[in-house]
Design a protein around this ligand. Structure first.
Ligand code: SF4
Length: 113
């Protein structure tokens, strides 16, 4: 079975073809590692916002502290949509620990005042 991946590691966007154990089309080792990761355990970082109460701002930006399994993205996004945190929030503060049982925290990427 063959499949083509678009490498998202850099803006070049190489088309990397996988046919059995043969992998071609990558221009650097990062692309090869990306495809191997995609085949074995695809992960992504998520950046979004959560509601903030009691402050001046309505929302605070957050992101995953490290990549999470791709199949957990919708679950984590749903938790973030349902989440409201009280102001103030400091940049780097954990707003959602162990998001959806991934072992990865959602952290604020800016102060929420
Ligand atoms: S294979 Fe290398 S050059 Fe090509 S998109 Fe991926 S990181 Fe960029």
């Amino acid at each position: 079975m063959s499949r083509t991946y678009t490498c998202i590691v850099c803006p070049e966007g190489c088309q990397i073809a996988v046919e059995g154990e043969n992998i071609s089309g990558y221009r650097c080792k990062r692309g090869l590692l990306y495809v191997r990761q995609e085949r074995e355990n695809p992960t992504r970082n998520i950046a979004t916002t959560v509601r903030l109460t009691g402050g001046e701002m309505p929302l605070v930006p957050v992101k995953t502290a490290s990549p999470i399994p791709k199949d957990k993205i919708f679950e984590v996004m749903a938790l973030c949509r349902a989440l409201t945190v009280p102001a103030p929030v400091k940049k780097g503060e954990v707003v959602l620990p162990d998001a959806a049982g991934t072992g990865v925290d959602m952290v604020a990427t800016a102060d929420g005042i």
